[in-house]
Design a protein around this ligand. Sequence first.
Ligand code: GRF
Length: 208
Amino acid sequence: MRIAIFVSGNGSNMQAILKSIQDGALDAECVLVFSNNPQAPALEIARSFGVNTAAVAHRGMTREAHEDALLELLLPHRPDFVVLAGYMRVLTPGFLESFRDPRGYFRVINIHPSLLPAFPGAHAYEDAFEYGVRLSGITVHLADEKVDYGPILAQAAFPRYADDTLETFRQRGLALEHRLYPEVLQSIATDGVKLLPQSGSRLEVKAL
Ligand code: GRF
């Protein structure tokens, strides 16, 4: 399975994925790490794993022009899946179309730090903590045109303890992200994408 990982910041999920590949736990090849932020610490980490990197800053470009530049860099690497790991840009329907699978979904995977559909958006840890949830979690899902919304591939829950600070809460969640994302990718590498029947309703996906 050939994957391209998109990042904008720290890249701790990307690092967990690359480490799993290196350790032989994830049977995949990372053909490119791409960032919209040339200063992203993730790029340096990716290079330390010997992975190809590319960056195109989005500032001053239309969304379409930015994605055209990205697709030009990306498509020659023939990725089977795009893996979003803290990529803080919304992908256009045009981009998603280039990754449409014959079963109807887009071969673009995202990780989100809440039990979707609760707490979508860029501040899920803050929002869940602020709300006072006793249980939160992580969702890995296929991307669609809406943000943090596509068919769910896997979820895992973690507790919020009474003496948690936002930081201890976030660290517990991130540790779970780092386990869950490589595991889900490995299950796709071995068995393909498995969706529950109802999870395809918005995309007219054929469930297995
Ligand atoms: C993670 O919490 C991920 O779930 C969210 O963005 C964050 C990225 O963190 N989409 P990192 O760059 O992988 O450390």
